[in-house]
Design a protein around this ligand. Structure first.
Ligand code: PLP
Length: 429
């Protein structure tokens, strides 16, 4: 399968080249040259298929012959080493829990898939790839853990010193092996700026730098898997399905729309955002006007200019009226999110964390417009990762899951840096 750059359709590369580079040289996102729907019999039989079988069908055209079938199946089965339950929350409302993996966030899926693709491409080579990840706290851990022990890949995580929680810091700094953590004297944007600068730095070319956020097709496309798993579990209700994604960079929702392009019967998509409302404003006012990000309690969605929105436009051939038939987007404040966490718990005893609660709010709003539907929101992280918000709101103490317990006793190891020059000399050392 070839991929083109969304900045220049005549620039085409293979799956491997797109995965290794992350972003096209013209800074465009890669997009598959063709998308073929899956057979009707696949959807008719989906309840009889395993997660591995579903995932293989979903991804195989995008990989093509660049990874042999047995290897791709191994990568898929190593990726999907945990459950994806659709848990009933209230009548016709389900939470698709994506937090049962090693770091308790959905990014485990893409992180594990991408790292194994890179390892396959490096199998007989001496070359090394260096994955740079800037994180505001939640996301770096999943990527790092996905790459832990993967041959030929070194991962460097940058996080703002003193601005991540103790649990988050331990998830980033206690892995060892091929994972290195840098704490940056500054804020998240400083970390991100250093990473961007490094990608453009000619004197670092030989390090084969790549990124592991959802701009990378090998992180983005496997996010379709669990949208298929949601359908597999909800099909029996025989009602139109509304999917609500708590959205930051719009990777999940874009994967959901790609799944629909493959034929998955999702009736409607809701992108639920926090105060970072660039897309809801666009749908309301018609002009796309990104703003600097605003800090919220659902901080993994604090994105002012969602990178995957351009891919969503491409999936709809830039036809706004077609797009608006399938897609809504609503924004919620922190106060509304906190009320929702309390309200969901008081009525149902379900514990949602801030991102899931934003997803729930958007879902309920859309379901009020489409009452004969069944709805699912993504619960993108485990509440324990946001215990500073959830515990006082619900006046309870969350039990510590085993994945978190295992990092609590470990020693944090990280290098402190302040300037780009220090970052560069670390990379070159
Ligand atoms: C990354 C993240 C999101 C945002 O997902 P996108 O695919 O970037 O929209 C939502 N919730 C959590 C917990 C995350 O870590």
């Amino acid at each position: 399968m070839n991929y083109y750059s969304l900045n220049n359709k005549s620039h085409k590369v293979s799956f491997q080249e797109a995965v290794v580079a992350g972003l096209a040289p013209d800074r465009g996102l890669y997009f598959p040259e063709s998308i073929s729907p899956l057979a009707d019999s696949f959807f008719a039989n989906i309840e009889h298929l395993s997660h591995e079988e579903i995932a293989f069908e979903a991804i195989k055209q995008f990989v093509g012959d660049e990874i042999p079938e047995v290897e791709l199946k191994r990568i898929i089965s190593e990726t999907l080493c945990f459950d994806f339950p659709c848990v009933p929350v209230e009548e016709n409302v389900f939470s698709l829990e994506l937090f049962h993996g090693p770091t308790m966030a959905f990014k485990d899926v893409g992180g594990r898939f991408m790292s194994r693709c890179l390892a396959y491409f490096n199998r007989d080579k001496d070359i090394k790839n260096t994955v740079l990840v800037a994180t505001s706290g939640d996301t770096g851990g999943a990527v790092a853990s996905g790459f832990l022990g993967v041959k030929g890949v070194e991962v460097i995580i940058l996080y703002p010193s003193g601005k991540v929680s103790d649990i988050q810091e331990r998830q980033l700094t206690t892995l060892g092996q091929n994972i290195k953590a840098l704490q940056v004297d500054g804020v998240f944007d400083d970390c991100q700026d250093m990473v961007k600068k490094a990608f453009l730095d000619e004197s670092l070319k030989h390090l084969n730098l790549t990124s592991a956020n959802s701009i990378n097709i090998a992180r983005w496309l496997p996010q379709m898997f669990y949208i298929f798993f949601a359908y597999q579990q909800l099909k029996k209700h025989n009602k139109p399905i509304i999917l609500s994604c708590p959205s930051g960079n719009f990777g999940n929702i874009c994967a959901g729309i790609m799944a629909k392009k493959l034929g998955l019967p999702i009736a409607h998509f809701v992108a639920s955002t926090n105060a970072n409302d660039t897309v809801p404003r666009f749908l309301e006012k018609g002009n796309y006007d990104p703003k600097p990000s605003i800090a919220t309690i659902s901080n993994a969605m604090d994105v002012g200019n969602p990178s995957n929105f351009i891919r969503i436009q491409e999936l709809y051939n830039h036809n706004l009226s077609e797009f608006e038939k399938d897609f809504s987007s609503y924004s919620y404040t922190d106060a509304e999110t906190e009320i929702a966490i309390k309200d969901i718990y008081n009525r149902t005893k379900y514990i949602a964390e801030p991102h899931g609660a934003v997803g729930y709010l958007g879902l309920k709003k859309e379901m009020a417009k489409q009452p004969n539907s069944v709805g699912v929101f993504l619960e993108t992280a485990h509440p324990i990762k946001f215990l500073d918000t959830v515990e006082p709101l619900l006046d309870l103490k969350l039990p510590i899951p085993k994945q978190i317990e295992s990092v609590l006793g470990k020693e944090k190891v990280s290098t402190r840096i302040k300037t780009y020059e220090e970052f560069k000399s670390f990379l070159l050392s």
